[in-house]
Design a protein around this ligand. Structure first.
Ligand code: SAH
Length: 557
């Protein structure tokens, strides 16, 4: 079962401009939260097309939802999803609330186990109203006994529900162990009660108790042989000491095992964070075994060594939010540090207060890549952004160049978990707007001679012309390279007649986007700049109405 991150900022979803005032008041209370609005109706940080589908996506991703509309609309939108037995796991269900547009009512709907009432109270405080809390246990005791705070885990939800029913029916309870959050709760306490709330790391099988495990056990894995079932070794060690698996706070291992897949698999299987330390964080006895340390309070995992850093190179697509892949969006949401050229970093925002932004000049790619590795080697989750696709004249190659050149002097860089997330490249976005000019064989060339000799560029254009490839030109022209574009087109003209269609896409997917189709005969360097994508057709590329396409076939010789 996925553990829900209760500190995920909520998505504040509005249908129209009438709700914006209330949305902003709620947003101010939750750092990192964003307002989502219906595209075309209201302008917000995140636009959605279909309310129901958007709500279901948010719910499936475990994002807390604050919907500024009637409770009925929210219920209808989520009904099908909630009827699915696979999703019926209450503990993983994110909080869902309906809030009246004018801020006059807050109705917690779903997520009793994941803090919906806590959220409702906070929103109530922000709007200066009393939340419509309907959970009887919560009303009677002032908190949800089944939703302990971070650092604690409820042992058994079904037993927990029976326990709360018993208390509501008039039983009393003792408290065994340290439960500071219950100090102010209005629980019917009695020292001689039959029932007990028990706070213990020990596995308990006790009908008369509400058992809550503090996450206070640390497992040190001194040895991580590939293929070894570490999770099972940890489970056995816990069992031998009578400890509950839910009391496990984290796995810790020596730094030299940072790239171990078996360790990562084990942490995933046990659903706990994985930390790396230079030396064992406690006297671990035989380093070859799994050693457990039981502390007397929940463990602050951040204080144990460091995480394996990640470096994710993402492509944002050409500009508009709807052409960014969900994988890139997820990487951005998880990022602690975001690096990139200023324009692209701004395109990737807005960011939360806890995210660090490092903007650099466009030409400092290698330096940016080294900086990214340094941050990731410190255990941070780092994202490097490119426009379009990161592998097309962009940061992915720069990151690998930096690794190639720096791995000997920076061994920690090789332990970083590196991944590259593709994006919609400008040639593909431009082609789609124009029709299908890349419908048959094509090539992609950068006309910039900053990093390669101009003679290579001329040679490639000549060969592409001869091979009858459609050509997509990136970086067609800049102030520092004034004559190159005309030279390039001269070479193309030797192989194509003047009627060949040429597609010019400027700022595709960005505000002020323009698309223009001219013939090769008409093409002039004044029509292009650094923000333009140039697609020159082959001998078969043609127009149909306003569309340009390259057929999938050739006439037989
Ligand atoms: N990685 C990027 C390309 C970077 S090179 C990608 O995959 O799209 C930069 C060049 O890409 C620009 O000079 C321009 O030719 C082209 N380009 C990038 N974004 C564009 C856009 N939104 N519209 C048109 N051309 C674009």
């Amino acid at each position: 079962m996925a553990r829900l991150n209760v500190s995920t900022p909520p998505a504040i979803v509005v249908l129209g401009a009438g709700a914006l005032d209330t949305a902003r008041r709620i947003r101010a209370r939750f750092p990192g939260s964003r307002v989502h609005g219906l595209a075309g109706r209201v302008s917000t940080e995140i636009a959605y097309e279909d309310f129901g589908a958007h709500l279901r996506d948010l719910h499936a991703a475990g994002t807390p939802i604050v919907a500024l509309c009637s409770a009925g609309i929210v219920i209808r939108a989520l009904a099908a999803l909630l009827a699915d037995p696979l999703l019926a796991d209450k503990r993983a269900e994110p909080p869902v609330l309906a809030v009246a547009q004018d801020g006059s009512a807050v109705v917690p709907l779903l997520g009793g186990m994941t803090g919906v009432n806590v959220l409702a109270r906070e929103i109530g405080a922000a709007l200066d109203i009393a939340p419509a809390i309907t959970t009887s246990g919560e009303l009677r005791f002032g908190l949800c006994l089944l939703a302990p705070p971070d650092g604690y885990a409820l042992a058994d939800i079904e037993r927990g529900k029976r326990f709360v029913s018993d208390l509501l029916a008039g039983e009393t309870t003792r408290i065994e162990g340290r439960a500071p959050w219950l100090d102010d709760a209005a629980l019917p306490r009695a020292d001689d009660a039959r029932l007990a709330v028990r706070i213990t790391p020990l596995a308990a099988n006790d009908e008369d108790s509400l058992v809550i495990h503090p996450r206070c056990v640390l497992a040190w894995i001194g040895d991580a042989t590939p293929g070894d079932d570490i999770a099972e070794r940890v489970r056995v060690a816990l069992r031998e000491q009578g400890l509950a698996p839910l009391a496990l706070a984290a796995l810790a291992a020596p730094v030299h095992h940072m790239s171990s897949e078996s360790l990562a698999d084990a942490a995933r299987a046990l659903d706990v964070p994985l930390r790396f330390c230079d030396t064992a964080p406690f006297d671990a006895g035989h380093a070859q075994d799994v050693s457990l340390q039981v502390r007397d309070a929940p463990i602050d995992v951040q204080s144990i060594g460091r995480a394996r850093g990640t470096l994710t190179v993402i492509g944002l697509g050409p500009g508009s939010a709807d052409l960014m892949t969900p994988a890139a969006r997820r990487a951005l949401a998880a990022a602690q540090d975001v690096l990139g050229y200023e324009t692209y970093v701004r395109m990737a925002g807005p960011f939360r207060d806890d995210q660090r932004i490092h903007m650099t000049d466009n030409r400092e790619e290698l330096q940016r890549a080294r900086h990214a590795f340094d941050l990731a080697s410190d255990g941070r989750r780092v994202v490097v952004v490119s426009s379009g696709d990161p592998g097309v004249f962009a940061m992915a190659a720069a990151v690998l160049e930096a690794l190639d050149e720096g791995r000997a002097s920076h061994p920690a860089w090789s332990a970083v978990k590196l991944s590259i997330v593709p994006g919609v490249s400008a040639s593909l976005a431009t082609a789609a707007r124009a029709g299908a000019p890349l419908g048959h064989d094509f090539c992609v060339l950068s006309l910039s001679d900053n990093l390669k000799p101009w003679s290579i560029i001329e040679k490639r254009i000549a060969h592409a012309g001869e091979a009858d490839l459609v050509m997509a030109f990136y970086n067609p022209l800049s102030k520092a390279r004034p004559w190159q574009f005309d030279r390039a087109i001269d070479i193309v003209r030797r192989h194509r007649d003047a009627a060949t269609p040429v597609v010019l896409g400027r700022d595709i997917g960005r505000p002020g986007e323009t698309l223009r189709v001219v013939t090769l005969g008409e093409l002039k360097s004044e029509y292009v700049d650094m923000r333009t994508m140039v697609i020159v057709g082959s001998t078969t590329t043609r127009a149909v109405g306003d569309w340009v396409y390259t057929p999938r076939w050739y006439e037989p010789d």
